[in-house]
Design a protein around this ligand. Structure first.
Ligand SMILES: Cc1cc2nc3c(=O)[nH]c(=O)nc-3n(C[C@H](O)[C@H](O)[C@H](O)COP(=O)(O)OP(=O)(O)OC[C@H]3O[C@@H](n4cnc5c(N)ncnc54)[C@H](O)[C@@H]3O)c2cc1C
Length: 423
């Protein structure tokens, strides 16, 4: 970063951009957010993790979020249509609240947006166009954009923050090297009424014969999403609506829970979402939220990471020197990497194998001794706590890796991890 920072333009009025704007405004910076009103009927990102709650409290919006959401006491994982393993967050112990919320996403975004408005952040309802200045990676708002905001910054802002989500405005403009994930899934989702009730309001995650699905209980509706390889989807029809509806009808697990359900919305599709920029800042810009990187929908880490990144940035903007931004980049990439390892246990089948082996050996001395400990640390994946606890991370790494291998070699289980991988 070249100069002392007093004025900041934030591109994108989603949760990451608005949370950051509020925090910077509280610190006395001149901040403006560029936002677009256009919103689809429904948006993914409806299941929060307990790790986000302390930040919602610090922002001062937890009560508002609670008022329109369902209280989420835990997570339920289904290895197949009749086999469920439920973990209330309280099993994880630790310092985090033992709950989170399932949020209608449009309401959640409005809460974070309204907070920034209430606290006096300036918003411009227009697309921010940015350009290279010609000096290395330095960027500027286009003349047209500056004109559109009546020269609000009295010239150029000192810093441009990209919080534009999957638009990845700066990464695309500067062609920043990007790591894309190994999964090439498509996610299709809708809101349904009349599906089998979920009580208590846990998120339900199902391993399916092809892909996996989420069921998230929202007030009066259930969000039902399928994550699947596009090659499989083609078998179910041409349009996304046909594919989604036919898949729900033909997949035994989904049939079981949604056969009496009615789709209340259109079907929304997401693809190519696993993208992580390998550079998170430059001479007068920085990335936050999905604009910096998004991993995978499993384990609901997206909004937590988007808002956590905003908190991290708000701490360094202004006082921060180049090494602080370097640390920011390192922490962001490291955190995504740690989540990735947990995500891998879902797709590789090792998490399901561990659950199965646990059930098989529940009645042995070893099962009775290790079972509760394993459950505690597995629960921390769903609360977000595992990522910050080195012991939990290492322990989970061991039980989903070497421990299963050793048990197999010495004949304590005969299961093949590959059989339970997500196809
Ligand atoms: C299939 C799927 C399921 C998911 N499920 C969950 C979940 O259950 N829980 C969870 O926590 N997360 C989930 N996520 C992730 C979550 O949706 C994102 O991580 C989160 O929305 C990121 O917030 P953000 O503020 O970074 O970006 P966004 O929410 O995308 O906000 C960016 C905003 O910037 C605006 N914008 C873009 N370009 C410009 C521009 N040039 N000028 C002005 N404005 C601009 C956009 O219109 C948008 O409003 C899921 C993601 C996927 C793909």
């Amino acid at each position: 970063m070249k100069k002392s920072i007093q004025s900041i333009a934030i591109i994108g009025g989603g949760p990451s951009g608005c949370a950051l704007a509020t925090l910077l405004n509280r610190k006395g910076f001149k901040v403006a957010v560029f936002y677009l009103e256009k919103r689809p009927e429904i948006i993914v990102g409806e299941s929060l993790v307990p790790a986000i709650i302390p930040m919602l409290r610090e922002l001062g919006v937890e009560d508002e979020v609670k008022s329109y959401s369902t209280y989420k006491p835990g997570a339920s994982v289904w290895v197949n249509k009749d086999e469920e393993a439920t973990s209330p967050f309280s099993y994880g112990g630790g310092n985090l609240p033992h709950y989170a919320y399932n949020v209608p996403r449009l309401d959640f975004d409005k809460t974070i947006f309204d907070l920034a408005v209430r606290e006096g952040v300036t918003f411009f309802h227009q697309v921010a166009k940015i350009e290279k200045t010609g000096n290395g990676d330095e960027l500027k708002l286009s003349d047209e954009t500056i004109k559109g905001i009546n020269n609000y910054f009295n010239g150029q802002p000192d810093l441009i923050v990209d919080a534009s989500g999957r638009s990845r405005t700066i990464s695309r403009l500067l062609q920043i090297p990007t790591k894309s994930g190994y999964r090439k899934d498509v996610a299709l989702f809708s809101h349904m009424s009349g599906t089998e009730a979920i009580d208590p309001y846990n998120i339900h995650l199902h391993r399916l014969e092809k892909g996996w699905c989420w069921r998230i209980p929202l007030p009066g509706r259930t969000s039902v999403g399928v994550v699947i390889n596009p090659e499989h989807l083609k078998e179910y029809g041409k349009t996304k609506e046909e594919q989604y509806d036919n898949y729900l009808k033909s997949e035994p697990t989904l049939q079981k829970f949604t056969s009496k359900g009615k789709r209340e919305t259109g079907v929304v599709q997401y693809d190519n979402y696993q993208l992580i920029s390998q550079q998170m800042y430059g001479s007068n810009w920085v990335l936050t939220g999905d604009a910096g990187g998004f991993l995978d929908p499993i384990f609901s880490s997206g909004l937590f990471l988007a808002i956590k990144g905003a908190f991290r940035l708000a701490r360094i903007i202004g006082d921060g020197k180049d090494p602080d931004y370097k640390t920011y980049q390192k922490e962001q990439l490291r955190e995504l990497d740690v989540w990735q390892k947990l995500v891998d246990t879902w797709y590789s089948g090792s998490l399901f194998t561990l659950l199965k082996v646990g059930q098989d050996r529940m009645d042995t001395a070893m099962g009775r001794f290790l079972g509760p400990h394993i459950q505690k640390h597995l629960t921390r994946i769903f609360s977000g706590e595992a990522v910050y606890r080195p012991y939990s991370r290492n322990f989970l790494n061991f039980v989903t890796g070497s421990m299963l291998d050793i048990m197999r070699v010495v004949g304590l289980h005969k299961r093949n991890i590959k059989e339970l991988e997500i196809k």
